[in-house]
Ligand binder design. Structure first.
Ligand code: PBG
Length: 307
């Protein structure tokens, strides 16, 4: 039997799917890649939150998991809603790549630290809000599409630099264009950034699931992601709200910092927690509760009205 691996067709998605394929084959499993086009891949001229459906990059893939055309699906963990539809689960997480955001440009002088004014391309609400709060001199230019397309737009003069996740830039081998690695305390990444998640139907055969997990799951990363995702779930966060959260190991403790920034950068709420590995989800929840106690619910409500 072949494990059928579902993936979106972008270069980054395929890189991640081929990586999953190689890990499974090292573990003695036979595999096959199945490319799936999603609504989010087809509609490129509208910002994601305006397309109006939660699972714009996942619906078609989940339909194939349900009817058995694929066994597992490969996603960037960051792109996964905090609450999956009933019947699905994230059953494994790859070891997290460097989670930082980076500035990418052909002009090595365009760092945020330099204080220079330049046009920076991003369509992430989290990155826009962080820029407005900490680097208000930067002109923000909306840019969507896959990584290659964004770099092409930059080269055509649409913007001077791009703000991207290191993980994707590295996987696509654009490391030479990295001008600045941004500090985690200011550009705290989105929940899940840098890890690849494996989604499956909750009815996937238990033995197969165990074999797949043995090939792919990185337990220390899984603990971090469980903390981050419990945090995000309590805030009903998806990838379009300016919510961030990063868990890290500190000895045998897991530390989590999470926050919410107003779209204009006008406010920033932040909270932290730490715990033993066994209780990461309740710690994630507690960090979210602390943000709510600071007025996080009202802030998120007003953000959602503006989107
Ligand atoms: N939102 C798109 C997306 N989803 C995952 C990555 C990068 C890979 C990762 O974070 O694992 C990116 C590109 C980016 O944010 O620059």
């Amino acid at each position: 039997m072949k494990v059928r691996i579902g993936t979106r067709g972008s270069q980054l998605a395929l890189w991640q799917a081929y990586w999953v394929q190689s890990q499974l084959e090292k573990g003695g499993l036979e595999t096959e890649i199945v490319k799936i086009e999603t609504k989010g891949d087809k509609i490129l001229d509208v910002s994601i939150h305006k397309i109006g459906s939660k699972g714009v990059f996942t619906e078609e893939i989940e339909a194939q998991l349900t009817d058995g055309r694929i066994d597992i699906a490969v996603h960037s963990a960051k792109d996964m809603q905090s609450e999956l539809p009933a019947g699905f689960e994230l059953m494994a997480f790859s070891e997290r790549e460097t989670p930082n955001d980076v500035i990418v440009s052909h002009n090595k002088q365009l760092t945020l630290g330099s204080g220079k004014k330049f046009r920076l391309g991003t369509s992430s609400n989290r990155r826009v809000a962080t820029l407005r709060r900490h680097f208000p001199h930067i002109e923000i230019v909306p840019v969507r599409g896959n990584l290659q397309r964004r770099i092409q737009k930059m080269e055509e003069g649409h913007c001077d630099a791009l703000l991207l996740a290191y993980a994707g830039v590295h996987r696509m081998e654009y490391d030479d264009l990295i001008v600045e690695k941004l500090p985690l305390d200011i550009f705290t990444p989105a929940v899940g950034q840098g890890s690849v998640a494996i989604e499956a139907s909750t009815t996937l055969d238990a033995d197969l699931k165990k074999q797949i997990r043995a090939c792919l799951n990185h337990e220390p990363t899984e603990k971090l992601l469980l903390a981050e995702r419990a945090f995000l779930r309590r805030l009903h966060g998806g990838c379009s709200v300016p919510v961030y959260g990063l868990a890290q190991w500190d000895g045998d403790q897991v530390k989590l910092k999470g926050g919410i920034i107003g779209l204009q950068g006008e406010v920033q709420l932040e909270a932290e927690g730490a715990c033993e590995a066994a209780v990461v989800e309740s710690m994630g929840l507690a960090v979210a509760e602390e943000l709510i106690a600071q007025g996080g619910d009202e802030l998120l409500k007003s953000i959602r009205e503006q989107l």
